[in-house]
Design a protein around this ligand. Structure first.
Ligand SMILES: [Zn+2]
Length: 489
């Protein structure tokens, strides 16, 4: 634990304990007062009014790993393509920002931050639905189910990955994805769409469960494997598993096989609306983060644009009703992305432009998986690589150092060649846009927070991640303390 977080804990713990002790449903007025005491900067009339709203549908978007620079990068590209003044679909809804740190680290991981959003409790890195003492704590999704709401989870990552897991399961460590899969199927969730097929099936059935179980059998879920199957499905509950692992980056997506994030969002909202009950849905763009970890600016941008499309679809849905709260933020920033800066031979620091990377047709991840195939026939590897560099990444013959490539090939160091090519692509694409990554991990900066609809004004200002969860629990009449008690019984 850092010195800073030790100093902070007593204040935060007092707040958490006080709120946990209150049955949310009975004490709305008290909670409004508490939240106002915590956030003295907020005009009381706005807070009071917002906290008394009761949305009948809550759509919670999480852009995993997207910081302010990610939004700027995507917006700047759209302005180049569609004209000055073009905005991202969420721009008009910006309310404030989120302070994301974990209880044991100034830099959070997805598990800790998503748990804070899902439960209103700030916790340790790696925790899934657990408090700092490794005890399970009730989630918004569980409370929504108890209140008779329909619920849904969507992610472009594995559905068992940290963010969706934190809303729907309780394990001490995020890597326990086999346990997470089993717990998710027992929550009564109406819609789950994403990747992660392998954690639901035995190795004989193409999965990788160490207990050799098929945990979907007998669960009552209709299984969907492709975009077409999703678009044809009409019954709930459904479990859409569109990939063994994470779904593809949007730039790599095979459109007939994998649905886009917007496809999944529109489909789910239509079904939830048709079901006629209040609902809670969490929608994660899970791979904005992965692209930043890999310092792949093309994949990062592609998944941010796909996220923008999904938010636009949800906003269009929400605009047909007055009772939908749309909330959007990130769990943390990844990559320490900066837009601008010096590159060798690139001139001044004021040279930044997303346009040169927008025509790229592939992520580095896809290039590497293709490389593994090409490497099976080393005679044609050089030609395959040169073709892909030109066609997918727009490299001119002079840009790829063919002398270096031939040296790797001469000593048959195919693994070394692959790593060198990956670095060439990382640096090449970043240099074209003149952007920089400062880390291959997460960073500590605040992330933007957006909201529209009933209760939206309650999210103004700079909020800690667990405060966002707490405010949501009030707006949703979600009795998190009762859920926690249930879990511990
Ligand atoms: Zn990450």
């Amino acid at each position: 634990m850092t010195a800073q977080s030790t100093a902070r804990v007593p204040v935060r713990s007092r707040y958490r304990t006080t709120l946990l002790a209150l049955p949310a449903r009975a004490c709305t007025a008290a909670l409004v007062l508490l939240v106002m005491t915590l956030r003295p900067g907020l005009p009381s009339s706005v807070a009071q009014e917002a906290m008394q709203e009761r949305p009948q549908g809550v759509i919670f978007f999480i852009a995993d790993g997207a910081g302010s620079a990610t939004y700027t990068l995507a917006r700047d590209l759209l302005r180049e393509q569609e004209g000055p003044g073009t905005t991202l679909s969420m721009d008009a809804d910006q309310k404030g920002s989120v302070i994301t740190h974990a209880i044991d680290s100034r830099i959070t991981d997805s598990a800790s931050s998503a748990t804070a959003y899902a439960t209103g409790v700030k916790t340790y890195n790696g925790a899934i639905g657990m408090n700092p003492d490794r005890m399970p704590v009730g989630t918004l999704l569980e409370a929504a189910e108890s209140n008779g709401w329909n619920t849904a989870l969507i992610s472009t990552a594995r559905i068992t990955h940290a963010t969706p897991a934190a809303f729907s399961s309780h394990v001490p460590l995020r890597a326990q994805e086999e346990d997470i899969a089993r717990q998710q199927l027992e929550q009564g969730i109406e819609i789950m769409l994403g990747g992660g097929r392998s954690f639901f099936f035995s190795p004989e059935e193409g999965g990788q469960r160490s207990d050799s179980m098929n945990v979907v059998a007998g669960s009552g879920y209709q299984l969907l494997y492709t975009r077409d199957e999703l678009l044809r499905a009409t019954q709930l509950p459904v479990l859409g598993l569109f990939s063994d692992g994470h779904m593809a980056y949007d730039v790599d997506r095979r459109h007939t096989e994998e649905p886009s994030l917007a496809d999944m969002t529109s489909w789910a909202l239509e079904r939830l609306a048709r079901a006629g009950r209040p609902f809670f849905i969490m929608i994660e763009a899970g791979r904005i983060d992965h692209a930043a970890h890999s310092r792949d600016v093309v994949a990062h941008l592609s998944d941010m644009l796909a996220y923008d499309d999904a938010y636009r679809a949800a906003a269009a849905f929400a605009s047909t009703r007055k009772d939908i709260l749309l909330l959007a933020t990130s769990d943390h920033e990844t990559g320490g992305l900066t837009l601008g800066g010096e590159w060798e031979g690139g001139g001044s620091g004021y040279r930044y432009n997303p346009v040169p990377i927008s025509s790229s047709q592939s992520s580095i991840e896809r290039f590497s998986s293709q490389y593994a195939e090409w490497a099976k026939t080393p005679e044609s590897l050089r030609m395959d690589v040169m073709n892909a560099l030109a066609a997918d990444f727009g490299f001119t013959p002079g840009e790829a150092d063919t002398y270096r490539m031939d040296r790797f090939l001469a000593i048959n160091n195919l693994n070394g060649l692959r790593m060198w090519l990956e670095d060439l692509l990382r640096d090449g694409m970043a240099q074209r846009a003149a952007v920089h990554w400062s880390t291959s991990g997460h960073s500590a900066v605040n992330v933007p927070l957006f909201a529209r609809g009933p209760g939206a004004d309650a999210f103004s200002g700079a909020l800690d991640n667990e405060e966002v969860g707490r405010i949501l629990s009030v707006l949703m009449d979600a009795d998190l303390a009762a859920e926690t008690e249930k879990l511990r019984r």
